[in-house]
Design a protein around this ligand. Structure first.
Ligand code: NAP
Length: 511
């Protein structure tokens, strides 16, 4: 069995006897164990602040960007090995594992590219100078400077590589040291990426620390210059946001929580439109990719009432063609849920939903005698307004068709019942319908993806999180925001208004 370790205070630390065990969800075999027992978390925070922070802040954006580019290449060199670990420890098919690992290296490379616009500076100019005095001698300007704390990144189990590296890219480029904590069930992959990161020698000492297992009392040691960026369930997010020490010391907190993402088919799109084929294809991807364990996956499918049977039948046929099985056999397109706990959660969720919906395909019964396998599951709600569909996330290969009348106002109202989501996708060739939807439902989303015949051929799927676009969402999605090109650095920097002589401000802090 693989023993995973933590990288803290410049050394690897294997912890104590109280371990968490990781399982291969295909075979139920125990494959790895980890523990953070014995780690002095206060010292870990100090090490980041006092050793990693100054070293990073001494570098320019261009230098930190070059480092991200080199790190991307170093991880990419191990791509095949990492794909294998993803299959074994996360139940990923080869395609799923690539999605995670290429997402990690791609985001690092993207931030290396974004850094070029910041050049050899150590601050970010934020807008133009404004005249404050009688003449242009006395002006004001805004700049952003790195915060002088650590960034604690607590990640979900579903993207062990990408989740860690997308947060790291923004923090390191901003000049802030990181303490990374992956979700335990799939931490093997994150641990191997952490090893590659450390072995590369690219990041200055103290800029990267990694905790494999519980965070212990780490959060008690965070202060006003530190930040906690969390990705995971709404329940854990709420607990962390309410942590009394974080509240008392005004520690910055960014939450990326769960989300009842909606896809809406507008009434103008019929089966002859390319947009309809795109709608079906994206839904099958969302339900089956990563076995539905994707924060952006569609959970609610709004379909005009008179089209429900047609959409159900088309989706059932397409999902029936997805082979479910051992992700290492090279043929399966959907693997198991990532862990036993996840498997049982999803089974219970399907059973609860089935009281309010008809099961069109799949269901809560295990597919095989061993492993965490379920079939792709499509439900059709008896009542689109039943609270459950808008309140509970079943984090697996499960989605529900919710009939609606076809009017944009009704679609906006029903989608809003989810109280805040990461992404909504709409499928329409009617620009007025799309405009009304965005104006009505935009405030409940971090992103609205608009599918139409004009872009169908080039479209990247709505479930894809892209470094150039913001990721996050209001309300139950956590209220956070990440990525979005240089917007992603805001969390790690302090915006400061400068007022003084225009020549000095232009010379030292100009754009
Ligand atoms: P989770 O159970 O909430 O755990 C998330 C992370 O929090 C894990 O690293 C977990 O560590 C840690 N954690 C749990 N309790 C903690 C505590 N008291 N103090 C500090 N850390 C704690 O979520 P998950 O099951 O890993 O992930 C699935 C959820 O993540 C889904 O709901 C999904 O929608 C959401 N998600 C959201 C996004 C997004 O961008 N919005 C992206 C991916 C996933 P352990 O694993 O060691 O318990």
């Amino acid at each position: 069995m693989q023993r995973l370790s933590s990288y803290v205070l410049g050394a690897w630390h294997t912890g104590g006897d109280r371990t968490a065990t990781l399982y291969d969800p295909t075979t139920d075999e125990a494959v790895a164990a980890c523990s953070t027992d014995g780690i002095d978390f206060a010292a870990v925070v100090r090490h980041g602040r006092e050793v990693g922070g100054p070293a990073l802040r001494a570098m320019t954006f261009a230098e930190r960007g070059a480092l991200l580019k080199a790190l991307s290449a170093a991880i990419h060199e191990h791509r095949e090995e990492l794909i294998e670990i993803g299959c074994k420890s996360g139940g990923n098919t080869r395609g799923d594992a690539k999605f995670d690992i290429d997402g990690a290296t791609g985001t690092l490379a993207a931030y290396a590219h974004f850094s070029k616009s910041l050049g050899d500076k150590r601050y970010i100019a934020d807008g133009e100078q404004v005249q404050l005095g009688r003449t242009k001698r006395f002006v004001g300007a805004h700049v952003r400077v790195p915060r002088q704390g650590v960034a604690v990144h607590v990640n979900a189990f579903n993207f062990p590589a990408w989740g860690m590296m997308e947060k790291l890219a923004c923090a390191i480029l901003a000049g802030v040291p990181v303490i990374e904590k992956p979700g335990t069930p799939t931490a093997w992959l994150a641990w191997r990426v952490a090893q590659i990161t450390v072995d590369s020698g690219l990041l200055p000492e103290g800029a990267f620390q990694f905790l494999c297992g519980s965070v212990g009392d780490l959060l008690d040691h965070l202060g006003p210059q530190d930040g906690l960026a969390f990705t995971g369930s709404a329940a854990t997010g709420a607990k962390l946001k309410g942590h009394p020490g974080l509240v008392a010391r005004n520690v910055r907190v960014n939450l990326e929580a769960d989300s009842l993402n909606a896809a809406v088919l507008a009434p103008d799109v019929d089966a002859s439109c390319e947009t309809y084929a795109l709608f079906l294809q994206n839904l099958v991807t969302d339900i089956t990719q990563k076995t539905g364990q994707k924060c952006t996956a569609v959970r609610r499918i709004f379909v005009p009432r008179d089209r429900v049977d047609e959409v159900r039948d088309d989706l059932v046929a397409a999902l029936g063609r997805v082979k479910v099985g051992d992700p290492r056999d090279g043929e399966s397109r959907m693997g198991p849920l990532a862990s036993k706990a996840q498997f049982e959660d999803v089974r219970n969720g399907i059973a609860r939903f089935s009281e309010f919906a008809d099961v069109a395909c799949g269901g809560a019964e295990p597919l095989f005698d061993k492993g965490c396998f379920l079939a792709p599951t499509l439900l059709v709600a008896k009542d689109a307004r039943a609270e459950l569909f808008h309140a509970e996330e079943v984090f697996g290969p499960v989605s529900t068709i919710l009939p609606y009348g076809g009017g944009v106002e009704e679609a906006v109202e029903l989608v809003g019942l989810g109280r805040g989501s990461l992404v909504s996708s709409i499928y329409t060739n009617d620009a007025d319908w799309a405009e009304a939807y965005v104006l009505g439902a935009g405030c409940w989303h971090g992103r609205v993806w608009i599918g139409s015949d004009r872009m169908a051929e080039q479209a990247l799927a709505p479930g894809m999180v892209l470094p150039a676009m913001v990721h996050g969402g209001p309300g139950r999605a956590g209220g956070g925001e990440e990525l979005g090109e240089l917007r992603g650095l805001e969390f790690y920097t302090q915006r400061v208004a400068l007022q003084g002589f225009s020549g000095l401000l232009e010379g030292k802090f100009g754009g």
